[in-house]
Design a protein around this ligand. Sequence first.
Ligand code: HEM
Ligand code: HEM
Length: 298
Amino acid sequence: MVAVVAAVLVLAASILIARWWRDSPTGAAFVAEFPGAVAPPPGTPEGFPAWLSWTHFLNGFFLLFIVSSALHLRSKARPIAFVTRRNRLPRTANPPKRLGLHTWWHLVVVVLWIATGLVYVALLLVSGHWARIVPTEWSVVPNAISAGVQYLSLDWPAHTSWAYYNSLQVLFYGATVFVAAPLALATGLRLSPVWPERWMRNHGPLSDAWARQTHSLVLWFYLAFTVVHVGLVLLTGARRNLNAMYLGIDDGESWLGAVVFAGSVIVMAVAWVLLRPHAQVAIAERVADVRRMPVAPR
Ligand code: HEM
Ligand code: HEM
């Protein structure tokens, strides 16, 4: 409760400071010189192709399960079952390790998430869309500060997403795809049973503690990013943003994108209810050896 009140007070103070600075001669001159966005190199495509809508949806869909299994893992509660891979494909010299249900499910969904990510990054590269989320000149830094001040002063930066994102979006989208995801993968592989024991250490980046802390940091980054990202998508012209991302059309009037978005949330909610831990055990039993744990007496 104290933390919530403190956060609201800090936010209110930041809004007042941002408004005051924007109205000061220095602030006004800065925003005039750096309006908050840098046009990408000529030839960068505009708009939102269908592959972007689909990979963006699948990313959120899989992250829902990655994050919920991650929160189960962090709670350290005893899983309701243990899963051991059958040593067929791939066949390994060492016998497969027994995994708690949440670790197994985390890894199953991670494989699907990584596959989606690889398709997305490959299409970003071949289509030229990569230049929409990767900074190509240093002026994105002052422009990102300018966009940040404009958001905070509640006088939003110019909305140019169809043609190109503002610099703050470029930095955060780029970091989400090209920093946070590879960091999750590297530290996750270090924690996973595929990591060879001879490459483990007691201290430093190859240690358990370091990998676990960095891996959890990615979780907090994704959660904070998603809250702010979805909040801003809805506050800064929800209909235009949702039409762009969910239908690939540049339209600020139609409600269709909002309807498709609502449908996608329902799909995620239904999948989440259908794929609770007991259903995960049933799936695991089809492909692996499963040991269900007896229910603790009340
Ligand atoms: C990208 C590929 C990923 C791999 C290979 C991976 C793998 C793993 C593994 C092996 C564990 C250890 C489970 C155990 O202790 O039994 C783990 C735990 C965890 N994972 Fe991931 N993971 C990945 C992505 C993610 C992502 C994207 C997030 C967050 C959004 C995440 C959040 C967590 C958290 C919070 C834990 C628990 C850490 C703790 O014990 O405190 N993982 N992951
Ligand atoms: C489910 C709720 C979500 C909604 C409604 C949503 C909506 C959007 C919209 C409308 C855009 C285009 C931005 C604009 O027009 O200004 C966008 C871009 C983006 N979103 Fe989301 N988003 C959601 C969840 C997420 C999550 C969970 C992540 C990752 C953790 C994410 C990562 C991104 C990235 C990286 C881009 C830039 C993609 C590109 O252009 O290549 N989004 N999102």
